[in-house]
Write a protein that binds this ligand. Structure first.
Ligand SMILES: [Zn+2]
Length: 388
């Protein structure tokens, strides 16, 4: 579809100038090695490196590429009928949900898909992933389109060519930018799910970036939440996917990259998006008692509220006893039971073992016995209440 058919066309050219107009913001571009060329001017952003797992702002292409960093791109093999939804289809679905997308320059230009080494891959979307940009800048000082320039131009492949960093971008005021209609680099390395091989999510998913401080801070505006849920609905519809295919970055890459975005429970997003696609989503039951921890969730790759409750209590208890929680669990309470939670659990078991460690180690009856998982006694020890 031609650009002329969209009445409200805004082109991203000149955005860099608009963003640079304030002393608070200095857009940082990453070079090919993934190292930022210069540190952001904002003090809060300095603490967040490109690969600290809290977000995307300033991240290099390599960390976003997954298995496509060194992939061979074969544009000549591009299928005559592409399995990826057409830009016009996506725009139509966005409009059906009352979203008038701002079309960015090159939003359907095949060269960016070629640069992403995904041209001609023949893959089709199997998931829609929610992200937050993770600027490290508090909401009070966050510009409306703080990360937009980086999303459009800041991510490069190993040849220094620009790759789009997501498909949709939601500014602080809730306006929606259609960044790219084809395949992008937004997911990086992560777990296998929905039959998609590990580290290949970029070839099989839409990415929605929402402007945010990141680092698990729940700072999204209501217009952002409303718009992002509708964008997800449009992407699911364009790909004819059910609500369970709406995921977030931490579900896919929490274990592998320590990703914590979005800062919100995935069940919230699904609950908001489901009505928009004419279905309902019932979140798994979670006990309202904040002390309750389901032992069924104390296992590898489990995620959600119970895991987060455990992590928060575990970190507090371990920290109070002088255990270096930053060493074992640098990503904090992510709500994902991965290697960091296992390491910190093991460390606490070892610590307690100085006295009577056998009392605290998971029993042989546990589905995941070992020092890396808690048994009932450890849950009680850290001040929580184990439930089935
Ligand atoms: Zn993300």
């Amino acid at each position: 579809m031609s650009l002329r058919r969209f009445p409200r066309l805004a082109v991203a050219t000149g955005l860099a100038v608009a963003v640079a107009g304030t002393s608070l913001v200095q857009v940082t571009f990453a070079n090919a090695s993934g190292v930022p060329a210069s540190a952001p001017a904002v003090a809060d952003a300095v603490a967040h490196g490109p690969d600290d797992g809290h977000g995307h702002f300033g991240a290099g292409g390599k960390s976003l590429a997954g298995d496509y960093w060194n992939a061979k791109s074969k544009p000549e093999t591009r299928a005559s009928v592409d399995a990826w939804p057409a830009a016009a289809t996506v725009v139509e679905r966005l409009r059906a949900h009352g979203i008038e997308p701002i079309l960015t320059e090159g939003y359907d230009d095949p060269k960016y898909e070629y640069n992403a080494r995904l041209a001609g891959s023949g893959t089709t979307p199997l998931a829609v992933m929610m992200h937050d940009t993770g600027t490290g800048v508090p909401a009070s000082r966050l510009q409306n389109t703080h990360s937009l320039n980086w999303i459009l131009k800041g991510v490069k492949n190993s040849d220094g060519k620009v790759v789009r960093a997501c498909h949709f971008y939601v500014a602080r005021d809730g306006s929606v930018y259609f960044i790219y209609a084809r395949r992008t680099w937004h997911a990086g390395a992560g777990d296998s799910m929905f039959g998609i091989p590990a580290n290949k999510m970029n070839g099989y998913s839409y990415g929605i970036e929402i402007e945010s401080q990141g680092a698990s801070v729940q700072d999204l505006t209501q217009p952002q939440i409303d718009a992002a849920a509708k964008v997800a609905a449009a992407a699911l519809e364009a790909s004819q996917l059910p609500i369970e295919r709406q995921i977030d970055h931490k579900l896919y890459a929490g274990r592998v990259q320590g990703k914590v975005d979005t800062a919100y429970d995935l069940n919230m997003w699904r609950s908001l998006t489901a009505p928009a696609i004419g279905t309902t989503y019932t979140a798994p039951y979670v006990s309202p008692n904040p002390k309750h921890i389901s032992m069924a969730k104390m296992k590898w790759a489990a995620s959600g509220t119970y895991v987060k409750r455990y992590q928060v209590a575990l970190r507090k208890y371990a920290k109070a006893r002088g255990i270096n929680i930053k060493k074992y669990n640098p990503s904090g309470a992510t709500g994902f039971y991965g290697s960091e939670t296992r390491r910190l659990t093991k460390e606490l078991h070892v610590f307690l073992g100085k006295r009577a460690w056998r009392n605290y180690v998971a029993t042989r009856k546990s589905t995941k016995p070992g020092l890396g998982y808690p048994a009932n006694k450890l849950i009680k020890k850290i001040g929580m209440t184990p439930i089935a």
